[in-house]
Design a protein around this ligand. Structure first.
Ligand SMILES: [Zn+2]
Length: 492
């Protein structure tokens, strides 16, 4: 019994030992698993961190090796319009060759850009997102199992196809740019630059495009084109005059068609003599003589700093390439240079996006919202991964100042040079410009302004190059854009 008992005890002990051994080995396995898990978590953490902080920058270098590696495992995602229509996609041929395809061809050449010969536009801006896949984990695992590529995320933009088509068609026959921004959010609704190119074949025609200096098809004129502002600059001269003269409403001028100072003479456009006018008439009719008369009284230093506050010679709060507008005026400017500058001639240069941002700020009671074009990221199943919210830059004008400027911009539409925009369907505001270029033998046509209807606003800038004398086709383009924006979806 004893033995038995001992044996039993021994067996118990052995069992316990075995159990202990088993527990120990389980624990060891668990420890190893924990360590692996920890390493995995650390690596994931590192990878996420890398992707968040460094990945975007490194990946956005179009010639980076890392992009090549990612492209081997991820099918580049789609770029979508504001109603989620495909603007760029990757098609895979039967032999596995991938082709980047742009269904709207020229229409979004500059806004969407291309990714077939380097990268530009949204293709560059959102490169990292397009080459990242947030597909469901099971799908990713299944793809890995079958050696299939993951599908990259989609980039949703604020670009509106109908409005863009309206702008594009209205610009027919002209070089130039149109940009329209929603003032309350900063969303870019349309961005067109002409001449353009077909992004589907850009790799084949690239050397021809580069060689063509006369047209600069690859230049995004909406953000990078520097133009003489012409009479759109009178908005800045007017604003400074109002700031320096609280009694501006008492201003009167008798225009006989020209103004002479020393040996210099400046004429009103088209040989017009505007007669007796107040400050509103001067602005609505775009009277050169009256504006030179006003402009010569301005404090030049104050005027330049006002222009800088309104984003001349300044960095713009945007994430894509652009040129800086330049104000060319100083205390040393000659009388003639000053006369030219205050009416928008001379050496001052503006970009369409800058003028559009100023119009947007006026429409938004002085608060400038940062322009943006990518509104959200989705995985390929349409699940939202990230949303980009509107963000403000700063109040570049006071609300009471914008109320005053709106009255002037409205007078241009009610009875001045932009009467074509006077409709009951929306309330439009703006300033026209005809800029003389080179020796004055050629003209550019400009319009900056905005429209509103039931609180829905749209700011715009249009620049058309080489326009016939005595016409303001930029107003016609602005009208096509406003008409489309306010009525396309309402069967107007
Ligand atoms: Zn005049």
């Amino acid at each position: 019994m004893e033995v038995h008992s001992n044996e039993k005890e021994n067996r118990k002990v052995n069992k316990k030992t075995k159990q202990k051994k088993k527990t120990n080995s389980n624990r060891q396995i668990m420890n190893v698993t924990y360590i692996f898990l920890l390493i995995f978590v650390m690596m994931t953490g590192y990878f996420v961190n890398y992707q968040m902080n460094e990945g975007a920058e490194i990946i956005n270098n179009a010639y980076n090796k890392r992009e090549e590696i990612l492209a081997k495992s991820i099918i580049r995602g789609n770029i979508l319009s504001n109603d989620k229509t495909i603007l760029a996609q990757t098609l895979t041929k039967e032999d596995g060759t991938e082709i980047r395809n742009y269904p709207y061809e020229q229409l979004f050449a500059h806004a969407v850009g291309y990714s077939t010969h380097g990268q530009t536009g949204i293709e560059l801006l959102a490169n990292y997102r397009l080459l990242t896949s947030n597909s469901p984990m099971l799908e990713i695992a299944a793809d890995d199992l079958h050696g299939k590529k993951h599908i990259g995320d989609n980039v949703v933009t604020s670009l509106d196809i109908s409005v863009s088509e309206a702008a594009y068609q209205a610009m027919e026959g002209y070089k130039g740019a149109v940009i329209a921004i929603e003032p309350a959010t900063g969303k870019i609704i349309t961005l067109i630059s002409k001449p353009d190119f077909n992004p589907n074949v850009v790799a084949d025609i690239y050397s021809d495009l580069i060689a063509d200096d006369n047209n600069s098809n690859l230049l995004n004129r909406a953000t990078g084109g520097l133009y003489t502002p012409g009479s759109t600059f009178k908005l800045f001269t007017l604003y400074e005059y109002i700031r320096e003269n609280p009694d501006y409403e008492d201003y009167h001028y008798d225009c006989n068609g020209s103004i002479s100072v020393d040996e210099y003479r400046i004429k009103c456009s088209g040989g017009a003599a505007h007669g007796e006018e107040d400050i509103y008439d001067s602005f609505a009719y775009s009277c050169n003589s009256s504006f030179v008369n006003m402009g010569l009284t301005l404090n030049k230093n104050a005027f330049v700093s006002t222009c800088k506050r309104l984003l001349f010679d300044s960095d713009l709060p945007i994430h894509f390439p652009y040129s800086q507008s330049e104000i060319s005026l100083s205390e040393k400017s000659s009388v003639f240079e000053t006369m030219q500058t205050v009416m928008g001639q001379g050496k001052t240069l503006v970009t369409p996006i800058h003028l559009c941002m100023i119009a947007a700020a006026i429409a938004n009671d002085g608060l400038l919202m940062k322009p943006y074009i990518v509104t959200s990221i989705e995985n390929h199943n349409g699940k939202t991964i990230k949303t980009y919210h509107p963000s403000s830059y700063r109040e570049i004008l006071l609300p009471e100042e914008t109320a005053v400027l709106k009255k002037f911009l409205r007078s241009v539409v009610e009875y001045g040079t932009a009467k074509r925009l006077n409709t009951e369907k929306y309330i439009a505001y703006g300033k026209t410009g005809t800029a003389q270029i080179e020796d004055g033998s050629r003209n550019n046509s400009l319009f900056m302004g905005f429209a509103e209807q039931d609180g829905k606003k749209l700011a715009i800038c249009v620049v058309l190059e080489d326009t016939p004398e005595g016409t303001i086709p930029a107003v016609t383009v602005a009208k096509a854009v406003f008409d489309s924006y306010y009525f396309t979806n309402e069967n107007y």
